[in-house]
Design a protein. Structure first.
Length: 267
């Protein structure tokens, strides 16, 4: 007499969020193997924060209620979170054929991009913590309390993990070139140094002041500073969100078009 055992074979769990989670988990597992890609994101903003503080803090003396330490903290955070994307890793996947193999699986194509961005958001939230600790250590306090700190980190994550990061991903998908991806981060410098990142906008003059007025990063920084010093200023915060939405719409459009082109070429 024989006994037949039936083994139930379960299919792969389906769902777009499951795909995003899988791609993000793989990207996060790679980070401990590449500490050199993360550590500069802590040391570089700490360096710029302390050196600029030492060079320009005297400008704030005599201005009642103005704290240059608090004013400069958003700039340090911006340095920490901008460019912290998995775009270089995506280039590696493209070059060794792994990306093409992924495209042959049931994974949703959009999840291949959004999963990497989800991993970026996790890394950026983690990177905000040591930079905020530096600010707290030298006396910066949030007028909006703990909720303001969370909103500050949220703004930073939206900027670094979604709004700006579309540019390097678009370049990675379009070119598959490590050099081109590295060069794409140059976009960051005019965006930030042609704003009021280092000195208050009211002391800017001439063409520099005009550019800063139309630079969306100026409004992002204003929202971050409001959370530290100004309180829950609805108009300033909405303008900051609008700036994020504007840059994010442009960068994500470019990234999605590049993804479509890469998939079409690999098909």
């Amino acid at each position: 007499m024989s006994t037949t055992t039936t083994v139930a074979i379960r299919g792969r769990e389906a769902g777009f969020l499951r795909d995003v989670r899988s791609v993000a988990a793989r990207a996060l597992r790679q980070i401990p193997r590449e500490p050199a890609s993360v550590l500069p994101a802590v040391f570089v903003p700490a360096f710029f924060y302390t050196t600029n503080l030492g060079a320009f803090e005297n400008l704030a003396r005599g201005a009642p209620g103005f704290s240059y330490k608090a004013f400069l903290l958003p700039m340090a955070i911006a340095f920490a979170v901008t460019g912290m994307s998995r775009a270089p890793t995506l280039v590696t996947d493209i070059q060794d054929g792994y990306f093409d193999r992924l495209c042959m699986t049931p994974v949703r194509r959009l999840a291949l991009l959004l999963g990497l961005m989800a991993a970026d958001v996790v890394v950026i939230v983690a990177l905000c913590l040591p930079v905020l600790a530096i600010g707290f250590g030298i006396g910066v306090r949030f007028a909006t309390g703990g909720a303001g700190v969370l909103a500050f980190v949220g703004f930073s994550a939206l900027w670094g993990g979604l709004a700006f990061t579309g540019f390097p991903y678009a370049v990675a998908l379009k070119t598959g070139s490590p050099a081109a991806v590295s060069a794409s981060f140059v976009i960051f410098f005019p965006l930030f140094f042609l704003s009021d990142a280092v000195v208050p906008k009211q002391v800017l003059t001439g063409w520099f002041s005009t550019i800063a007025t139309y630079n969306p990063v100026t409004y992002l920084l204003a929202a971050l500073r409001a959370l530290i010093s100004g309180g829950w200023e609805a108009k300033v915060l909405v303008e900051g969100l609008a700036a994020l939405a504007g840059i994010g719409t442009l960068s994500m459009t470019l990234a999605l078009l590049a993804l479509r082109g890469r998939i079409r070429r690999g098909a």
